[in-house]
Design a protein around this ligand. Structure first.
Ligand SMILES: Nc1nc2c(ncn2[C@@H]2O[C@H](COP(=O)(O)OP(=O)(O)OP(=O)(O)O)[C@@H](O)[C@H]2O)c(=O)[nH]1
Length: 546
């Protein structure tokens, strides 16, 4: 009850990402969307002189997000300075925490926004006073010769938000201050080229679609004549179909949706991609306008811009839909995919029922049993072979063949690897969160999310094992080289021995008649000694003691 009260107090969280080439109008759009002057333009030293919107409050100023620091957990590094943004290499991601008051009105999935874009009405019964709105913006996309790193940074950021929620779900004691910063909708700003989508547009939207609902937006729509805009929209949609870009589509389900929803979604689907114009300028009556030498246009005029419709979609008709899709579809898919890494640790089938997984979903008990037997089987790991198993790397096999047995050096390396692994496993076993196999509470802990800490630990083990595997392969290579050298030396020695024996036989046959009795006793002794010497060499080589 208390928690509910707090939730209510904190309001509904909603996150939006604005992404696109530099100069496509993202900053202007953000200001227009919120009817504020919160966001300064990149090269402007001051924020645009718009009157502030009393319904919008900045909770945290715009911060640069770094997700590389603090062990990969995103953190807000410093306040963002747009005037210095272009000094940053790659892409810069910023986050601004805002609070949008909606008064005592109700917010609903079928809510609608008034023309001023700020008030919401009627929503499936969820009373709310405010929306905790997180606006994320990317800067610098498309400014580099190779944009793939920028894609990685942006999708990495989105993934980290999912990871944070996944980690939070696994806590026994939840953090009451946890902020869900998963991005519910991303607006991808397509530059008004008139030539359809570029490769980078396709790639970026595809990547974003894994983590959020993507809406393609044609920016600076005033660049087009009516006819050109219609053609450009059609080309963009054709490209989206052709390249299978999974953007958010306003689809209808005639069996589930009511007539109003069907009509609305059909109209929105026809309008997609939304073409917007933005401005920092207002006329005397407070409307946002763009002033041109030949006249002025009202950016909220639905005849010339889709901005008003888009505002309504974002904060009204599809507000809840975007949140639901993110949670129930995108996040759930991600979660299942991430946790299914545990299911790769299949156990050796012969090791008994106790290790058998009885469901596709990973569970703590499965993991515990894996730990107990110390038998992980992962496609890309060294996988700690049981003591009796022969080493499986090709190099170590060659060595075994060459010597007829595992060399002591290799044995020593593999033992040290095994010891290291056992140490890690023991650490996990002794951690307070792991349960003893067979404990009565085990089934209670079968909750998928409980396995996450183990997944993370297992990932660390795999990384460590891979490193050890590399080391082992390297040492095995070196040892193999040494053995080849030694085998060569042994062959040389054998050859020398044979030559000496031959020499001796020759000399003994020629000097047989002139040999004295004492000489005939000495020579065989010398030969014998030499033979023993070389045999000792070979024995030491075979046993690997050289
Ligand atoms: N013609 C036209 N110009 C626009 C429109 N929206 C914004 N602009 C102008 O385009 C320029 C860039 O706009 P910004 O909003 O700063 O673009 P941005 O995408 O935030 O740019 P970065 O900060 O570099 O990422 C500014 O001079 C704006 O006034 C529009 O709809 N039409």
């Amino acid at each position: 009850m208390h928690g509910r009260k707090k939730d209510h107090k904190r309001g509904i969280t909603y996150s939006m990402l604005l992404v696109g080439d530099s100069g496509t109008g993202k900053t202007s759009f953000a200001n227009n969307l919120l009817e504020t002057a919160i966001f300064p333009h990149k090269y402007a030293m001051e924020v645009p002189g718009l009157p502030e919107n009393p319904r919008v409050k900045v909770v945290k100023p715009t911060m640069v997000v770094s997700y590389n620091s603090k062990n990969g957990i995103p953190s807000h590094m410093a306040q963002f300075d747009p005037a210095r943004e272009h000094f940053e290499p790659g892409v810069t991601i910023t986050s601004t925490s805002l609070e949008i008051s909606t008064g005592s009105e109700k917010l609903s999935s079928r809510a609608s926004m008034s023309s001023d874009g700020s008030s919401m009405t009627q929503n499936g019964g969820v009373d709310t006073d405010k929306i905790s709105f997180n606006l994320v913006k990317s800067y610098g996309l498309g400014e580099n010769l190779d944009n793939s790193l920028c894609f990685d940074e942006i999708t990495g950021f989105l993934e980290q938000q999912f990871d944070q929620v996944l980690a939070e779900e696994t806590r026994i004691k939840r953090n009451p201050r946890f902020e869900d910063t998963r991005v519910h909708v991303a607006l991808y700003f397509i530059p008004p080229t008139g030539h359809g989508l570029r490769e980078m547009d396709v790639e970026m939207m595809k990547r974003l679609s894994r983590f959020t609902n993507v809406l393609p937006i044609i920016s600076r729509a005033d660049s087009f004549s009516t006819e050109e805009l219609a053609k450009f929209k059609a080309t963009v949609m054709d490209d989206i179909e052709r390249f299978n870009v999974p953007v958010y589509k306003f689809e209808v389900d005639p069996e589930e949706d009511d007539l109003e929803t069907v009509e609305e979604n059909q109209a929105l689907a026809m309008l997609q991609p939304f073409a917007v114009m933005c401005s920092d300028e207002r006329n005397d009556s407070g409307q946002f306008i763009r002033r041109y030498p030949w006249g002025e246009i009202n950016i909220d005029d639905s005849d010339v811009s889709d901005l008003r419709v888009l505002k309504n979609v974002l904060f009204g008709s599809h507000f809840q839909e975007f949140k639901d899709t993110t949670q129930n579809f995108l996040y759930e898919n991600y979660r299942a995919e991430k946790l299914s890494t545990v299911s790769d640790w299949d156990v050796d089938k012969e090791s008994g029922d106790v290790n058998k997984r009885n469901s596709a979903a990973p569970s703590l008990s499965n993991f515990a049993s894996l730990i107990t037997t110390g038998q992980f089987k992962s496609s890309n790991s060294l996988a700690m072979p049981p003591q009796s198993e022969t080493p499986s790397t090709p190099d170590s096999k060659t060595i075994s063949h060459g010597s007829g047995m595992e060399s002591p050096a290799i044995r020593q390396i593999s033992q040290s690897i095994r010891r290291g692994n056992e140490e890690i496993i023991n650490n996990i076993k002794s951690s307070p969160r792991s349960s003893a196999p067979g404990s009565p509470d085990k089934s209670k802990l079968r909750n998928i999310s409980e396995t996450v800490p183990y997944v993370l630990k297992h990932e660390r083990i795999i990384a460590k094992q891979q490193k050890l595997e590399e080391l082992e392969a390297q040492s095995a290579k070196e040892l193999q080289k040494r053995i080849q050298d030694l085998e060569k030396r042994a062959a040389d020695l054998k050859l020398r021995e044979r030559l000496l024996r031959q020499q001796h036989l020759n000399s003994s046959s020629t000097s047989l008649s002139s040999r004295t009795t004492s000489a005939s006793q000495t020579l065989p002794t010398q030969t014998k000694l030499k033979k023993e010497e070389s045999m000792t060499d070979l024995a030491s080589i075979v046993s690997g003691r050289v």
